[in-house]
Write a protein that binds this ligand. Structure first.
Ligand code: HEC
Ligand code: HEC
Length: 486
C-alpha cells in the first residue's frame, strides 16, 4: 500500500475536513493548568475521554490520529494555526502510537529492535511518551526505557546506553544557549578586530552569562588558536541537548528522534538524501516500506513547538517547619559543597521569544515563553522585571572521571565528558545520570568524579544526618502538581 498525502484524503493531508475540525477544536493536551483540583480533574478526564474516542476512530481507519496531525508547513507559515492549536497537535503526535501503516520502521526489518543499528536506530518504542513520561508529560524515563544508541543492531555491548531526560523547560534551555553562543561569538569577533588593529596576538577569556569557557587566542593575521577553549566545541556553539551536549536545537533532536526511535523519516531528511536507505532504495521512500512522506515538515514543526513550550519546573520547599529548616540548610550545603559551581542555580535571559527554525528560509513562527508556553511559565522577576532561569546548570561540559566514562568518544566529545544536567524538576526524573545507573539522588552525587570529585568527597565525608538537608533541598526541585493522562 502506498500511502501519500493524496491517498490520505484531501490534498492538504488531512483525511477529511471532519478530522481537521476535531484536531482544531478539542485536542488532547492543553497548555493550561487549572488552579483548582476539580478543574484539573475535569481537564484530565476530558482529555482521557477524547483520546478514547480517537482510538475508536483509529481502529476504523488505521493512521487516523497520525493523519490528523498532518498540518502543512505552508499553513503554519500563513498563520492559519494558533500557537495553542499547534501545541495540541504536537502533543497528539508526542503521545500517539506509530504503526507500520503510517511508516514506522523500514522494509524487511523487525518491527521493534532493542539495540540500535547505527544511524538507522531501532525502532525501539511506539511513541515519544514511551520513554519521556516519568514525573508527568514529556518527563524522563526509567532505566528500562534507556535507549541503546549506535550499535550493530544485535549486541548490547556495541551500544551506548542513555537514559531519557525530562523535556521540561526545553525552550528556555534553547534560548539560553542561543544567547550564550552569541556572547562567545562576539568575543571571537572582538579578539579578531583587536589583534588586526593592534598588530599583536591577543588572548581573551571566553565568558557567557558569567560562565567561563576557557580562552581564545587570535593573531594579527586572523589565525584563531582554539586549544584553550573548554566545555564547548571549537565552533563556540552551545549545544544544550543530549547528555553530552551535542545538539543545538530542539528541532534537530526531534527530527532525529523520529528517525532513530520510530523509523519515521522526515520529509526534510529525505529531500536532503540524508536518510538511511534499505538495500538500493532511494527516492521518496528510502526505507522501502511503501510509505512516503512519513513525517511532513509541518509535523516536525508541531512536535518541536510542543517540546519547546513544555512547562517550567517548580521549587517547592516543604511546608512542615522542621523539614523547612532542613531545606534551608540544604540550600546552603548546595553552595558549600561546590554543587552550585556547575549546577549554577540561575542564569539571566534577555529574551524569552523562542523561534521555530524554518528549514526553507520562510517566515519563522515565534512564541513568547512567558505568555504562550505551557503552564506554569517563566515570569519576570517581581523586583526588577528581568528574566532569570533557575535551571541549575551552566550548560557547559565537564570531565566527570573514569568511573562515569563511556567506552567511546561521541561526536568528538570524550567518553567522560558530559554537559551539566539541569537539576530543575530533578525530584521527578529518576533514575539518574546519563545511563540511569543511580537509583537515588544520593547515589548520583556519590558517583560524581573528575572535576566534581571534590564535591562528591565532601558529601561522602558527611554522616547520614548531615546529608539529609541536601537530600531535602534536591527533593524540592520538582514539577507543578498536575493530574495527567499521557
Ligand atoms: C527509547 C526511548 C526514547 C524515545 C522513544 C524517545 N526518546 Fe527522546 N531521548 C531519549 C534519550 C535516551 C535521550 C538522551 C539522548 C542523548 O543523550 O544523546 C533523549 C533526548 C531527547 C531530547 C533532548 C533532551 C535533553 O535534555 O537533552 C528531546 C527534545 C527528545 N528526546 C525528544 C523526543 C521526541 C520528540 C521523541 C519522539 C519522536 C522522543 N524523544 C522519543 C530517549 C527516547
Ligand atoms: C564539575 C561539575 C559538577 C559539580 C561540581 C557537581 N555536578 Fe552534579 N553533575 C555534573 C554532571 C556533568 C552530571 C552528569 C554526569 C553523568 O550523567 O554521568 C551531573 C549529574 C548530577 C545529578 C544527576 C542529574 C540527572 O538528571 O540525572 C545530580 C542529582 C547532581 N549532579 C547533583 C549534584 C550535587 C548535589 C552536587 C554537589 C554535591 C553536584 N552535582 C556537583 C556536574 C557537576
Amino acid at each position: 500500500m502506498l500511502v501519500s498525502t493524496v491517498a490520505c484524503g484531501g490534498l492538504d493531508g488531512f483525511g477529511s475536513s471532519l478530522e481537521r475540525e476535531q484536531a482544531r477544536t478539542i485536542g488532547t493536551i492543553s497548555r493550561t493548568r487549572p488552579d483548582d483540583d476539580q478543574g484539573q480533574a475535569y481537564q484530565a478526564l476530558q482529555q482521557d475521554a477524547w483520546r478514547r474516542e480517537q482510538r475508536f476512530l483509529d481502529a476504523v481507519q488505521p493512521g487516523h490520529l497520525w493523519r490528523s496531525t498532518r498540518v502543512r508547513q505552508v499553513e503554519i507559515d500563513a498563520g492559519l494555526w494558533s500557537v495553542g492549536e499547534l501545541y495540541q497537535l504536537g502533543g497528539q503526535l508526542f503521545t500517539l502510537h506509530f504503526t507500520r501503516a503510517v511508516g514506522m520502521g523500514a522494509a524487511q526489518e523487525p518491527p521493534l529492535r532493542r539495540f540500535h543499528a547505527g544511524r538507522r536506530g531501532g525502532p525501539d518504542a511506539l511513541r515519544c511518551a514511551s520513554c519521556h513520561w516519568r514525573g508527568g508529560l514529556a518527563g524522563a524515563g526509567d532505566a528500562a526505557d534507556n535507549a541503546m544508541f549506535r550499535g550493530d543492531g544485535v549486541h548490547q555491548s556495541s551500544t551506548i546506553a542513555r537514559n531519557p531526560p525530562a523535556l521540561v523547560g526545553a525552550g528556555l534551555r534553547e534560548r539560553l544557549a542561543v544567547e550564550m553562543t552569541a556572547e562567545l561569538r562576539a568575543i571571537e569577533v572582538e579578539a579578531l578586530t583587536f589583534a588586526a588593529q593592534a598588530g599583536y596576538a591577543i588572548e581573551l577569556p571566553l565568558m557567557a552569562k558569567g560562565i567561563r569557557f576557557g580562552s581564545i587566542t587570535v593573531d594579527p593575521e586572523g589565525n584563531v588558536d582554539r586549544d584553550e577553549i573548554e566545555g564547548v566545541d571549537p565552533d563556540l556553539v552551545i549545544k544544550p541537548f543530549g547528555w553530552k551536549g551535542t545538539v543545538a536545537t530542539i528541532r534537530d533532536v526531534v527530527e532525529d528522534s523520529l528517525l532513530i526511535h520510530h523509523g519515521m523519516q522526515s520529509e526534510h531528511l529525505v529531500i536532503q538524501g540524508n536518510e538511511p536507505r534499505v538495500g538500493d532504495k532511494g527516492g521518496d521512500d528510502p526505507d522501502g516500506d511503501g510509505v512516503i512522506e512519513e513525517i511532513n515538515e509541518g509535523q516536525v514543526s508541531v512536535l518541536t513547538l510542543f517540546v519547546a513550550l513544555q512547562e517550567l519546573p517548580q521549587e517547592q520547599p516543604p511546608e512542615d517547619p522542621w523539614l523547612a529548616s532542613l531545606w534551608a540548610r540544604g540550600r546552603l550545603d548546595f553552595d558549600r559543597l561546590g554543587c552550585a559551581g556547575c549546577h549554577v542555580p540561575e542564569l539571566p535571559l534577555d529574551s524569552a521569544r523562542w523561534v521555530l527554525p524554518h528549514r526553507y528560509g520562510g517566515p519563522s513562527l515565534t512564541a513568547d515563553l512567558t505568555a504562550e508556553g505551557a503552564e506554569p511559565r517563566l515570569a519576570p522577576s517581581v523586583e526588577d522585571g528581568t528574566l532569570r532561569v533557575r535551571l541549575f546548570s551552566d550548560l557547559r561540559r565537564h570531565r566527570m572521571g573514569s568511573g562515569l566514562a563511556e567506552a567511546h568518544t561521541d561526536q568528538g566529545v570524550a567518553g567522560d565528558e558530559f554537559i551539566t544536567p539541569p537539576l530543575w524538576g530533578v525530584a521527578r526524573s529518576g533514575p539518574y545520570l546519563h545511563d540511569g545507573r543511580a537509583p537515588t539522588l544520593e547515589d548520583a552525587i556519590l558517583l560524581h568524579g573528575g572535576e566534581a570529585l571534590g564535591s562528591a568527597e565532601a558529601f561522602a565525608a558527611l554522616d547520614d544526618a548531615e546529608r539529609a538537608p541536601l537530600r531535602v533541598f534536591l527533593t524540592s526541585l520538582t514539577r507543578a502538581r498536575r493530574l495527567v493522562t499521557p
